[in-house]
Design a protein around this ligand. Sequence first.
Ligand SMILES: CC(C)(COP(=O)(O)OP(=O)(O)OC[C@H]1O[C@@H](n2cnc3c(N)ncnc32)[C@H](O)[C@@H]1OP(=O)(O)O)[C@@H](O)C(=O)NCCC(=O)NCCS
Length: 214
Amino acid sequence: MALAAVDVQLVPVDGAGPHDADLALLPVRERDRLAQRRDPADRHRSAAAHAALRRLLGSRLGRDPADVEVGRSETGALVVGEQGWWASVAHSADLAACALARRPVGVDVEGASPPTDPAALARWCSPAEVRALGRASPTGRDAAVRRAWARKEAVAKALGAGLAVPFADLDVRHALVRVPGRRRPVAVRDVDVGPGRSGAVALDHLWVVVRTRR
Ligand SMILES: CC(C)(COP(=O)(O)OP(=O)(O)OC[C@H]1O[C@@H](n2cnc3c(N)ncnc32)[C@H](O)[C@@H]1OP(=O)(O)O)[C@@H](O)C(=O)NCCC(=O)NCCS
C-alpha cells in the first residue's frame, strides 16, 4: 500500500471578525450558515478555516478557490465535489485549520483542556488510556489529555461519524487506531500547533505523511 499525503493548513485567527476576502470565497449557503453563528469569534474561525480549505483545494485542482465545490453530508462531514478528495476543518481559540487528502481525513485543534477528573476521563477514554493518563506527571497531564482529545476528534471526523463514535472505544495511544466494526485501523498523527494547544490529523490509510503549512 502506498504512502498517502495529507496537507494541513493552520491559520491564526485574530479578533477582527471574518475577513471580506475569506467571505468572498464562500458560497451563499455557507455565508448563511456562518450568519447563524452567534459568536463573532466562532464565525471568524469557521470562515477562516473554510476559506483556507478552498484556497488549498483550488491550488491542487488548478481552479479559482471560489469555484471549488465543498458540501456537507447528513452527519455534517465535509464532502468535496471533486471525486477522490476528502477534507476536514477545525477551529478553536485563536486558530483555524483545514486538511485535504486523497483519503477520508479528519483534523482537530484544541485550545483548551477537556475536564481531567477521573469520572470525566472514564466517559471518553478507554481503561488503558485512563491508566496511562494517570501515570503522566502533574505538569504533563493537561497536555496529554488535550492531545488524546484532539486525536479522538480527528479520528471521529475522518470516519465522518461525529458523535456516533463512542470516544471511549477509540484508543489513541498509538499511531494506528482500531475502530469497532472496521477491519482496517485509522492512522493518527499529532500536529504541532504551538504551546498550550493540541492538534491532530487522522487518515483512513495506514502509511501517512503529513505536510503542515503555517
Ligand atoms: C463533530 C465534532 C467532531 C466537531 O467538533 P467541535 O469540537 O465541535 O468543533 P471543531 O472545530 O473541532 O470542528 C468543527 C467542524 O467539524 C466538522 N464536522 C461537523 N460534523 C462532522 C462530522 N460528522 N464528521 C466530520 N466532520 C464534522 C464541521 O466542518 C465543523 O466545522 P464548520 O461547522 O465550520 O464547517 C464534534 O462535535 C463531535 O462529534 N465530537 C464527539 C464528542 C464525543 O463523542 N464525545 C463523547 C464522549 S464525552
